[in-house]
Design a protein around this ligand. Structure first.
Ligand code: TRP
Length: 456
């Protein structure tokens, strides 16, 4: 049906280009900034275990489904869902799934860009040598005074949004592929260097035990672990669907998904192993919150051999990783504006970039002038400020909900013959996948939702 119909968007130039771009989307602040701090806040071991189970049993099947829907639909998520539903003789209402994704991506990017801005400013802080010989208190007060100053953070947030929209306005393909080829492996090597440093602190074992030995967890903690599995793999909002729509027919979706999920998980675990030993070696709190990596890694850079150079490289690569993720957060919205409103790519990028930038102000203020403005909704959340609310709403509610519907669509709405043909894999693997998206993923998401609100 839609196979040759919508050639408005580019195709990846070769097989590895798709894997690279999708890995670039998956590996980002979620792995290095978010995973450690939510692991710290939720008590470590059990949280990590649940996260890993969710990657395998929920994330991976949804990723396969999402890429598959994208490749079949060949358009922005909204239009792909509409076309695919029509092709199966179902309601056009499925396009709302695409809409929720567009909105989620926009909301996430608004705060993602602010945090990427923090990381950007840390390139220069590290380069200036201000962390040399730093103490935990010193690093902490540098962080607090930085995020406490809205104007400085705004400048970095603005710069990051401009960088993102420049790439998006030129089309996701140009330049991105090449950059990812070199910079991703470098990031990987640097993470290993940091883990090696962590081994010299004398607290490596304590850090590793914190991450891998089971402890207590709350229903909320389980929801956060599951939400993060979606977040870190860029699932549930159409980002990977859009990338899949630029994928040619002869590529094994299952194989690509396994590769992406594996790379993503390894980076997150390395980040944890680099950070927690430093946390314990310096008597810091694992539950310090969103500032965790900014309050721990500078101590490591300030004390290790060649720390300034390594630190600068680390933050450069972190910003780069955030950049390749940010692009995929806004691409669904831009693709839709191009298809449906007839805008040029440049115009669509500028419009989306502006609104995202504006909403980002809320996150900036959450760490200074709105710091004490928190609110609660019974059963849902407690004492959250603007940033917490956005993060919770998107990562823990919208993405899992998006993932649930993607699984339901791929498992129940789409004819078996269609999905079999599209995935084109070994029968046994197809069967396992089909079982997972039909039963395991939907049931898991629903149970976790119910538990989080205390209903079971
Ligand atoms: N996965 C990215 C990270 O871990 C963030 C991201 C990019 C994302 N695109 C997404 C999250 C789409 C959810 C949905 O940093």
């Amino acid at each position: 049906m839609t196979k040759e119909k919508f050639p408005i968007h580019a195709q990846w130039s070769n097989r590895t280009a798709f894997i690279l771009a999708a890995t670039g989307s998956a590996v980002g602040l979620g792995n290095i900034w978010k995973f450690p701090y939510i692991t710290g806040e939720n008590g470590g071991g059990t949280f990590v275990l649940i996260y890993l189970c969710c990657i395998l049993l929920v994330g991976l099947p949804v990723m396969i489904a999402e890429i598959m829907l994208g490749r079949r639909g060949k358009q922005s998520p909204i239009n792909s869902m509409k076309t695919l539903a029509a092709a199966e003789g179902r309601s056009k209402a499925w396009k709302w799934l695409g809409w929720m994704g567009v909105i989620a991506g926009f909301l996430i990017l608004s705060y993602y860009s602010v945090i990427a801005g923090w990381a950007m400013s840390y390139i220069f802080k590290t380069a200036s040598g201000m962390f040399l010989g730093a103490t935990a208190d010193g690093v902490n007060s540098i962080f607090k005074s930085f995020v406490g100053d809205p104007e400085r953070v705004l400048a970095w947030h603005t710069l990051f949004m401009v960088m993102t929209m420049v790439v998006v306005s030129r089309g996701v393909k140009n330049g991105l592929e090449k950059a990812v080829t070199y910079l991703m492996p470098m990031l990987f090597i640097l993470m290993i260097v940091l883990v090696i440093y962590a081994m010299t602190t004398g607290y490596f074992e304590q850090g590793a035990l914190f991450m891998f030995s089971p402890g207590a967890i709350t229903g909320k903690g389980i929801l956060i672990a599951m939400g993060h599995a979606f977040f870190t793999l860029s699932l549930g909002m159409g980002a990977i669907m859009v990338y899949g729509s630029y994928l040619s027919e002869d590529y094994s979706i299952v194989q690509a998904s396994i590769y992406i999920a594996l790379a993503d998980t390894v980076v997150a675990l390395l980040a944890g192993l680099a950070i927690f030993p430093v946390v314990f070696a310096n008597g810091l709190q694992p539950g310090a919150g969103p500032g965790l990596i900014f309050q721990t890694l500078p101590i490591a850079f300030g004390h290790m051999q060649g720390g300034t150079l390594i630190g600068v490289m680390f933050f450069v690569l972190l910003v780069f990783a955030a950049w390749t993720s940010a692009i995929s957060l806004i691409e669904p919205a831009v693709a839709w504006l191009i298809e449906n409103k007839g805008h040029t790519r440049v115009y669509a990028s500028v419009v989306m970039g502006f609104w995202t930038w504006l909403l980002g102000l809320g996150t900036i203020f959450s760490f200074n002038i709105w710091k004490d403005d928190t609110w609660s909704i019974p059963f849902l959340f407690h004492n959250m400020h603007f940033f917490d609310t956005l993060d919770y709403l998107t990562a823990n509610i919208m993405l899992p909900l998006g993932g649930l519907f993607i699984a339901l669509f791929a498992g129940w709405i789409m004819r078996t013959s269609s999905s079999k043909m599209e995935l084109n894999t070994v029968p046994a693997i197809y069967k396992i996948w089909h079982f997972l998206v039909r039963y395991v993923t939907p049931v898991a998401v629903i149970i976790v939702f119910l538990r989080a609100v205390g209903a079971i």
